[in-house]
Design a binder for this molecule. Structure first.
Ligand SMILES: Cc1ncc(COP(=O)(O)O)c(C=O)c1O
Length: 379
């Protein structure tokens, strides 16, 4: 730290200069992110609650009310009643809390968790931290978890089965209904990681996917407002079906205004809950349907354009994620795209390029991208 403070104007202009190194969502060229520019009301709400700390809830009852309300709205959207939960740092913490509860409730000596191979890498961290043995189930031809494989993975030590509603890489929705039958049969916890899909699937036209609390064996769901919920980062969401389940993840807090915390993070901003709350109020179901509808239309435009240009899709998109291969070197193509300023992901496991069609990616961006893609693919 420098010895004397600088004036605010100088500091701000230095910050703005440094910020220019960051990519901007508004340019429509960030095609690899599951986050987007927060809704304008999210930014305002966040600023308003900047100093609130949900880690010390007795001081901030207004923020507590907002968090409860956001959890209640998310639970209702996912067909839950009397659910409980928290707005946390992200999908990683949300998944962590779910497996912490499952492990502590099951109370077995050598706990294992059954995970689809397509599961998010956050579970690798979580298994490490919770001393859980991950047992991986294979995928079927449509990249959903294979049910025979799931059944083979379950043992007496299984504390939870995880299904994903919207995988990070391909946007695939596992057959949660089938997983719920397996969970019921073996009386194990079923957690659904809907970090991304939880705020997409309910707004799809004719959504036919059963993935939420409407299935009785689903015990917990991750659903992140800071992804398709357009809230400010950090805003992950964990929802538990039963309030009693919180007892298994609580930590006593000796000197704060509440006796217990139910999250991994201690000091945590109430601004996240406020920003999600404000977006839900401003958009409502109609607003979300419109945003998701636009993302899906752009996804279709991109898919059609890719097929017309001779690229092959890894899988027909279910959500607003497109994964494709070139007949040439797909990895090299992704590098060329980065050089042209298109920030796509390359996924070695599927040897494909992945584009997440977030709200900041418009039809116009998709059309220009397709043109650049075709040119870059020429030898
Ligand atoms: C399905 C899924 N689960 C979990 C996560 C982890 O979320 P976060 O990065 O907010 O911790 C992601 C992130 O993209 C995800 O797509």
């Amino acid at each position: 730290m420098q010895p004397e403070g600088l004036n605010r104007k100088t500091v701000l202009s230095e910050l703005k200069k440094i910020q220019q190194q960051d990519k901007r969502y508004d340019d429509g060229k960030i095609l690899c992110s599951m986050c987007t520019r927060p809704h304008p009301i999210a930014e305002k709400a966040y600023r308003l609650f900047l100093s609130s700390n949900l880690g010390d809830p007795g001081l901030f009852p207004g923020s507590v009310q907002l968090e409860k309300d956001v959890i209640c709205q998310l639970a209702t959207l996912l067909h839950g009643t009397n659910c409980v939960g928290s707005i946390v740092s992200g999908g990683t913490e949300a998944n962590f809390l779910a497996l912490l509860a499952a492990r502590n409730i099951a109370h077995v000596d050598r706990p294992e968790v059954v995970l689809p191979e397509s599961t998010h890498f956050s579970f690798t961290k979580i298994c490490n931290m919770l001393n859980l043995k991950p047992v991986y189930a294979g995928l079927d031809r449509s990249f959903k978890v294979d049910l025979t494989s799931i059944k083979e993975c379950v043992t007496n030590n299984t504390v939870a089965i995880v299904g994903t509603a919207g995988t990070a890489e391909l946007g695939v929705i596992d057959s949660i209904e089938e997983l719920s039958k397996v969970a019921l049969e073996h009386n194990v916890w079923l957690h659904v990681d809907a970090a991304f899909g939880g705020l997409v699937i309910p707004f799809l036209n004719d959504s036919k996917y059963l993935f939420d609390f409407s299935l009785e064996t689903v015990k917990s769901i991750t659903v992140d407002p800071h992804k398709m919920g357009m809230a400010a980062i950090p805003a992950g969401g964990i929802i538990f079906r039963n309030p009693q389940e919180l007892d298994f993840i609580k930590t006593e807090t000796p000197y704060l205004t509440d006796n217990f915390q139910y999250t991994f993070v201690g000091t945590r901003t109430g601004a996240s809950a406020a920003s999600a709350w404000a977006v839900f109020k401003v958009l409502g179901m109609t607003g979300f349907k419109k945003i998701v509808g636009n993302c899906m239309k752009t996804t279709q435009l991109l898919t059609d354009g890719l097929e017309d240009a001779g690229f092959s899709l890894v899988v027909e998109p279910t959500l607003n994620i497109v994964a494709f291969r070139s007949g040439n070197d797909t990895k090299l193509l992704s590098e060329k795209l980065w050089k042209k300023g298109w920030f796509v992901s390359y996924i070695p496991r599927y040897d494909c390029i992945r584009v997440v069609v977030m709200p900041h990616v418009t039809r116009k961006h998709a059309v220009v991208f397709l043109k650049d893609l075709v040119n870059s693919n020429k030898k």
